[in-house]
Design a protein around this ligand. Structure first.
Ligand SMILES: [Zn+2]
Length: 202
């Protein structure tokens, strides 16, 4: 396990050089792995899966769901164009940006899942907490696969928790992500279990 982890770390480090390409490589790694993770979950549940569009934003722009400002919103999911948007406005040399991408992409991907399958949520708050739970389930998987360290998963949980009610942005919804403790609990439910514990495929 430890040797496999080291090999993966070395492989990931190789992917991450040289520095200017690091950000893009990390994002490609995260996007590819989240997509593969969900394709597997859908296959396990006997459901068909379609990948979302993924678009980086480095300045304010308009989407099918309305305007988005990457300096305000680290990510968003727009159901009207089935696209995950994520901010690269922090710049490729900001080390905190990397875990932010894992956190944001895994959460926003969760909203795409809610448009791909009936996951049992009926309110915006339930959808947000389920997206946090899906993000936790994915991050647990990424740690098991050696793609991120357990410390990074804890950091993702703390970022989610710190976000409280204001952090993520859905163009078509008022912010309603739950309290800090609710968000942390939702994330940990997924992290310590799997997507079925979040209500997927049940
Ligand atoms: Zn959300």
């Amino acid at each position: 396990m430890r040797i496999r982890f080291l090999i993966v770390v070395i492989a990931v480090l190789a992917l991450l050089t040289p520095p200017p390409a690091a950000a893009q490589s990390t994002i490609e790694l995260v996007v590819g792995d989240i997509d593969a993770f969900w394709a597997q979950q859908f296959a396990n549940a006997g459901l068909s899966y379609a990948s979302p569009g993924v678009r980086s934003i480095d300045g304010p722009m308009s989407t099918s769901c309305g305007p988005i400002d990457p300096y305000v919103s680290p990510g968003a999911y727009c159901a009207a164009d089935l696209t995950v948007y994520f901010s690269t406005a922090w710049g490729p040399n900001d080390p905190s940006a990397e875990i932010l991408w894992w956190t944001v992409l895994s959460h926003e991907w969760g909203h795409h899942i809610q448009w791909q399958a009936d996951t049992g949520v009926t309110t915006v708050l339930e959808a947000e907490q389920q997206a946090d739970c899906f993000a936790g389930a994915y991050m647990g998987h990424a740690a098991d696969a050696g793609l991120v360290s357990p410390a990074a998963v804890t950091q993702a949980m703390q970022l989610t928790q710190a976000a409280g009610d204001v952090w993520f942005f859905l163009p078509h919804d008022a912010p309603a992500h739950g309290t800090k403790s609710e968000r942390a609990l939702a994330f940990m439910t997924g992290m310590n279990g799997d997507v079925t514990d979040c209500g997927f495929g049940g």
